[in-house]
Design a protein around this ligand. Sequence first.
Ligand code: ZN
Length: 206
Amino acid sequence: MRVLPLIAGGLLTSLAFALYAHSDHGHQHDHDHHEHDHGHDHGDSLGAHVHGVANLNLVLDGADIAVELDTPADNILGFEYLPTSDADIATAKAAMETLSDADNVISLPADAGCTLDDVTLESPIFTALKKSDDHDHDHKHGDKEHAHNDISAHYHFTCTNPDALSSAEVSLFESFPRTEKVILQAITPSGQQGGELSASNNSITF
Ligand SMILES: [Zn+2]
């Protein structure tokens, strides 16, 4: 065991040096090293879920426009649990119809001749509606009763006269007034743009 004294001696030397350094230089500790990344990710993948705020991504590529809306369900429905009452089911079904018409989310210049050729709506809430249709009287109160749920809507347009696409207006604020702010990310031939839109500032310039 000849090695042990060397290690012990080394430790003592380090400790003595550390104490010396500390007393000599005062507040020398670097607290940045102790900043672990606590509290931001609780594993529910809803980090950006803030009621009143929605995300809108738009890509304009030639004659094609793809629009993706991601929003807390609360902005659209006024609730986020899986609907079981007749009133909540009716609210969710009406919202699906409203969202299916892209004009209720974004309105493009008529001159551009854009046709909506694809709509996809996704939400655990909408999935639950289909289940309640399938099993009409099977109204279970699931685990997600009190969860935060999102709604996403994808739209694809093809335009006959894309040169006329100078701007678009976000009509979401009017259709769903609980939406206060839209965080926009747009990629257009003129580049990438981002910003915040509101009911009084709802125009996207391409
Ligand atoms: Zn929520």
